[in-house]
Design a protein around this ligand. Structure first.
Ligand SMILES: Nc1ncnc2c1ncn2[C@@H]1O[C@H](COP(=O)(O)OP(=O)(O)OP(=O)(O)O)[C@@H](O)[C@H]1O
Ligand SMILES: [Mg+2]
Length: 360
C-alpha cells in the first residue's frame, strides 16, 4: 500500500474539499463513539451553562477516526472562534505567543499533531493553559527580560495519533482526554448512509454494508471508497450503489473483501510462500515486495496485525493461520501449532510491538 492507496488512512492533499462536504458540524451528527460523544456533551454544555470555557481537551486515535472533526465540533458547540495550527507548524515559541495573545475570550485553539510541538513552544503552552499567561522573552543573553502577557480564557483542543509520545506535563494539563476507537462495520454503514445522503448518491443497504466491511474501521477510508464506488456506478452502471456495483468497483480498485489492497496481500503472500510463514525481518520482507521497510512497517502492518493476519514477534514477522486461509491456502501444521487460538489470538502470544524491528 502506497500513499495513493485507497485504503491508506492518511488523507491526500486533494481529499480536503471532498472531506469537508461530509464532515459533521455538530455533536448530534457525529456517528458512533458514544462514550466520547456523551462525555463531551456533558463537558461542553455544563461549561456553556456556567459561562466559562471548558477544560482543555485532547483527542487521540489513529488517522481518519474523527479528531479534527471533533475539534471543529467543539468550537461550533461553544459558539466561539476557532484557530487552527499544528505542532510542526509552530517553529518558534514567538509564533505561538502571537497566536495565544491574539485569542478572544471563549475561542478554541486547535493544535493538530500536538506531540510534534517543539520544546520551547510546549513550555510556553503550559503557562497559557494553566494560568492564561505567557512570558515573552525579549532580547538575548544577560539583558534578556521576560514580559508577562495575559491570554484570554480559551480552550485548547489538541489532537494526536501518538498519545504515547506526549510528555507527562502536557498530558496532565488536559482536563478531558477522548480516545477514538476504530468503528464497527455497523457504525461505518450508518456513517456511509449519512454521507451518501449528503452527496446525493442513490444507494442500496447491502451496497453500503459491503463498502463498510472493506473500510478497515476508518471513516476516512469508508468515505473515500464510497466516492470511488459512486464514480464506478455512474460510469459503468445506472448510478446506484448496489452490492454488485460495490463488489465490481472494489475489485477494479484492488480492495479485497476485508479491505486489503495489492501491497498488503503481496506482503502476506511473500511471508507465507517465500518465508514459510516466518519469522522473517521486516527489511527482508520489504525487499521481497519491492517496498521500503518503513512503508511495510508503518502502512501495511498495523492493519494486518489488527486483522489477526500477522504478528510482530521478537524474532520477526509471523503469519497466523488466518493469513493462509485469507489467501485461500491451507495453513501448515507448524503454523497451527504456534497459533492454536485462531484469528485475534495471535498477537497476544508475543510482545506485538516494534521490538522485532530489524531495521537499522
Ligand atoms: N464519527 C464520524 N461521523 C461522521 N463522519 C466522520 C466521523 N469521524 C470521521 N468522519 C469523517 O471522516 C473524515 C476524516 O475525519 P478527520 O479528518 O476528523 O480525522 P482525523 O482523526 O483528524 O485524522 P488525522 O489523524 O489524519 O488528522 C472526515 O471527512 C469526517 O467527515
Ligand atoms: Mg485531523
Amino acid at each position: 500500500m502506497t500513499a495513493e492507496s485507497l485504503v491508506n488512512p492518511i488523507a491526500t492533499a486533494e481529499e480536503r474539499d471532498a472531506e469537508a462536504s461530509v464532515r459533521p458540524k455538530r455533536l448530534a451528527e457525529f456517528v458512533a463513539q458514544e462514550r466520547v460523544r456523551e462525555q463531551l456533551e456533558v463537558l461542553l454544555h455544563s461549561a456553556l451553562r456556567r459561562g466559562t470555557p471548558p477544560d482543555h481537551i485532547l483527542f487521540s486515535g489513529s488517522p481518519g477516526l474523527g479528531k479534527t472533526t471533533l475539534a471543529m465540533i467543539v468550537a461550533a458547540e461553544l459558539g466561539g472562534g476557532l484557530r487552527m495550527t499544528s505542532g510542526p507548524a509552530i517553529e518558534r515559541s514567538g509564533d505561538l505567543a502571537a497566536v495565544l495573545t491574539s485569542l478572544q475570550a471563549g475561542d478554541v485553539l486547535f493544535i493538530d499533531e500536538i506531540h510534534r510541538i517543539a520544546k520551547p513552544a510546549e513550555e510556553l503552552l503550559y503557562s497559557a493553559m494553566e494560568d492564561f499567561r505567557v512570558d515573552v522573552i525579549v532580547g538575548k543573553g544577560p539583558g534578556a527580560t521576560a514580559i508577562p502577557l495575559d491570554v484570554e480564557p480559551f480552550t485548547l483542543v489538541g489532537a494526536t495519533t501518538r498519545s504515547g509520545l506526549l510528555t507527562g506535563p502536557m498530558r496532565d494539563r488536559f482536563g478531558f482526554v477522548g480516545h477514538l476507537e476504530f468503528y464497527s462495520g455497523h457504525e461505518l454503514a450508518a456513517l456511509l448512509m449519512r454521507s451518501a445522503r449528503i452527496l446525493g448518491v442513490p444507494v442500496e443497504q447491502d451496497g453500503i454494508v459491503e463498502i463498510a466491511g472493506r473500510s478497515r474501521g476508518t471513516p476516512r477510508i469508508a468515505n473515500r471508497l464510497l466516492r470511488r464506488v459512486r464514480d464506478f456506478a455512474e460510469l459503468r452502471a445506472d448510478g446506484v450503489v448496489t452490492l454488485a456495483t460495490a463488489q465490481a468497483a472494489l475489485k477494479v480498485y484492488d480492495v479485497d473483501a476485508i479491505g486489503l489492497d495489492r501491497l498488503d496481500k503481496a506482503v502476506l503472500m511473500a511471508l507465507v510462500s517465500s518465508f514459510g510463514g516466518g519469522p522473517v525481518g521486516v527489511s527482508t520482507l520489504a525487499v521481497a515486495v519491492g517496498e521500503q521497510p518503513d512503508t511495510v512497517a508503518e502502512v501495511c502492518e498495523p492493519f494486518l496485525v489488527r486483522a489477526g493476519l500477522l504478528a510482530r514477534t521478537p524474532r520477526g514477522r509471523v503469519a497466523t493461520p488466518a493469513a493462509w486461509r485469507h489467501l485461500g491456502l491451507i495453513p501448515p501444521p507448524s503454523a497451527n501449532g504456534i497459533f492454536s487460538g485462531g484469528v485475534g489470538a495471535a498477537p497476544d502470544l508475543f510482545t506485538a510491538d516494534d521490538e522485532a524491528d530489524d531495521r537499522p
